[in-house]
Design a protein around this ligand. Structure first.
Ligand SMILES: Cc1cc2nc3c(=O)[nH]c(=O)nc-3n(C[C@H](O)[C@H](O)[C@H](O)COP(=O)(O)O)c2cc1C
Length: 606
């Protein structure tokens, strides 16, 4: 990380903040705001402190390493599309015919020699200092508390290395880790993740599970940790491929898990399969708090580190965040790996305001009726793609998937209720909208066909339409229509909700000739002029099976749910900054934001 810091000074316009700042809220707030800027930069906090605990840390905190696309590309050394092309050509390797073809294939095969991690003998640079169990104190690490209502401090860029019970499979996953006290960490590996599958094996065998958490080193390690590699494939293979250089691993001091030799901090320990502890709440990358839930706990056996370590961390919350750029690289690099199951897929895009698993846009060639539906089922059935709640498929004549305005127009001109598929499947562990945790509604839109003929029968301006709505229901406060030049304009209304939207929904049917698509959001904390955050809110809040109606026109109830809706789970709060912290940082000149910025990104209640 010291090398990374030096490299970022040269290549990444690193911001350095020497002012002492608290790991509780202050440092995270600065990083959170920075990454929302158009031209965001990585930041090194050289003097982290914890006022409540009276600690001045010896190691600096480095944040927003993946601060923008340009920097992300530099970290990879190549454009992610270029890496994807390489993977594509490897997946298409065919047995060569003839000597010439064999010789032509050699460089490709030769490059694969760098994919496999190498196990080094002896100690690594990450083991220059060894802190034995009796002296372990997690308080020596500048672990951040991001949000006021977080259940504590969390390691947010931990590389979690685990292995299967028989030692045959190794895994690297990026999971957050709650600090409980001086020597215990919560293991937030979600139910569908590889480390959780390994944990099940140890639990069945009644054996303690070794875990080693690494922090820092090459930034690609952490990117590999979040990459959705197929179960059983060690992420360090991907590292070797991207770097074109084998990952070099050393054995942990107190268990048999191998970790990169050059990470900054290593926390080794064992997880007791019989014990869990309440983890959370934690303001998550969905922009909502994840609620309290029991998770396994690691007892720390030893901490090792470099002589001058740098502590790497990230902030999650409402988009855009650092995971926008990590996710962009993932999306590009994994495109060729989706193609074997969906060969006519041209491209896909997971917009960051859809927090990745809540919205996917995909472009494909269609050759037969139902082709798009076939791909929807394929996506919902494979690996982490199966967490996707809403999938919209367009044909090859559609605009580029990142051209959001043109693409939305294209989709709305082809939106046909008969080609909307609503089904059920697994949802992300973090999803808060489904009636039952882990399973929920899926929505697939097939917009691959021709333009539809039907449009709004009698278009009205916003003011007139709002009056008509208010005559029906006085809890409707605001209205805005988007894309009125398309066959399916979107009408957004905000409500002061006191009862279920469904209670009187039939009354709204009388407006049928004026509306094609109606989206209902709460008045509180939603700005109906802010399409970016509306998309974030809507795809987060809906369970398609419950909240999307297609007759007599499309109605989407994106309000928060509660007992009035028959919703029995706890509905989580938005992640919000702490106003006093924003004020202090602004007064010190460490952030520079105005009311419009605060509202635009939903930093505070409004
Ligand atoms: C910033 C960030 C934080 C994450 N936190 C968690 C987490 O706490 N728990 C989890 O299961 N996945 C988390 N993930 C997602 C996993 O890293 C991702 O699903 C990864 O592919 C899991 O690896 P695995 O399939 O080897 O388990 C996070 C991802 C990012 C980018």
């Amino acid at each position: 990380m010291q090398d990374v810091v030096a490299w970022l000074k040269e290549n990444g316009r690193l911001k350095i903040i020497d002012e002492p700042l608290d790991v509780e809220l202050e440092i995270p707030h600065v990083a959170y705001i920075e990454v929302k800027m158009d031209d965001s930069r990585p930041i090194l906090f050289t003097k982290p402190i914890n006022r409540a605990k009276g600690i001045e840390y010896t190691m600096p905190v480095l944040m927003n390493i993946f601060a923008n696309k340009e920097l992300t590309e530099k970290i990879f050394g190549r454009h992610p599309d270029e890496l994807a092309e390489g993977i594509d050509s490897l997946l298409k390797l065919k047995p060569p015919k003839g000597l010439k073809a064999k010789l032509a294939m050699l460089p490709k095969l030769y490059s694969l020699k760098n994919v496999f991690p190498k196990r080094l003998k002896g100690r690594g640079a990450c083991q220059e200092l060894i802190i034995p169990k009796a002296e372990v104190d997690l308080d020596s690490l500048p672990i951040l508390k991001t949000w006021e209502e977080d259940g504590g401090a969390f390691i947010t860029m931990g590389q979690v290395y685990t292995q299967s019970l028989d030692g045959e499979m190794q895994n690297l996953g990026m999971y957050r880790l709650q600090q409980y006290d001086k020597n215990r960490l919560g293991m937030h590996w979600q139910i569908h993740k590889d480390a959780s599958h390994f944990f099940d094996q140890y639990q069945k065998a009644g054996k303690k599970m070794p875990v080693t958490v690494a922090i820092g080193g090459d930034p690609l390690y952490i990117w590999c940790g979040q990459a959705p590699m197929p179960h059983g494939m060690f992420e360090m293979l991907l590292y070797g491929y991207v770097r074109n250089s084998n990952a070099k691993l050393v054995k942990s001091i107190t268990n048999d898990i191998y970790i990169p030799h050059d990470v900054d901090v290593v926390i080794e320990g064992f997880v007791d399969p019989e014990l869990t502890e309440i983890e959370g709440p934690f303001g998550d990358h969905t922009g909502y708090y994840t609620l309290k839930e029991p998770f396994p706990v690691m007892d720390v056996e030893s901490i090792t580190m470099k002589k001058n370590p740098v502590f790497q961390a990230t902030v999650v919350g409402k988009p855009p965040l650092e995971d926008k750029y990590m996710g962009w690289a993932t999306e590009r690099i994994f495109l060729p790996m989706l193609k074997p199951m969906a060969p006519d897929l041209i491209d896909y895009n997971m917009p960051e305001n859809g927090v990745f698993h809540n919205l996917i846009l995909a472009k494909m060639k269609t050759f037969y009726k139902g082709h798009a539906q076939q791909f929807m089922h394929a996506f919902w059935g494979v690996g982490q793609m199966s967490f996707v709640k809403h999938a919209i498929f367009v044909g090859e004549d559609a605009p580029e998937l990142e051209e959001s305005q043109a693409l939305t127009r294209h989709i709305l001109n082809r939106l046909d209720p008969k080609k909307i598929l609503i089904t059920q499947g697994i949802v992300d562990h973090l999803d808060h909208s489904s009636d039952e945790q882990f399973v929920g509604g899926k929505l697939g839109v097939d917009a691959t066909g021709e333009e539809v003929n039907d449009s709004v029968q009698e278009a009205l301006d916003d003011v007139t339409l709002l009056e008509k709505f208010q005559a029906i229901d006085s809890s409707i406060i605001e209205l805005k229509q988007y894309f009125t030049d398309t066959k399916n304009p979107i009408c957004v209304i905000s409500v002061n909700k006191t009862k279920s939207v469904k209670d009187d929904i039939e009354k709204i049917y009388t407006l049928q000739k004026h509306i094609k698509v109606l989206i209902i959001v709460d008045k509180v904390n939603n700005d109906i002029e802010d399409a970016y955050m509306l998309v974030w809110r809507v795809v987060n809040n809906i369970d398609a099976g419950r909240d999307v109606m297609v007759e007599p026109f499309i109605i989407i109830d994106a309000t928060s749910k509660s007992e009035v809706d028959g919703f029995t789970r706890e509905w989580p709060k938005d992640t919000l900054c702490t106003k006093s912290v924003l004020d202090t940082l602004q007064a010190k000149g460490l952030i520079d934001i105005d009311e419009a910025f605060i509202r635009k990104f939903g930093l505070l209640d409004f």
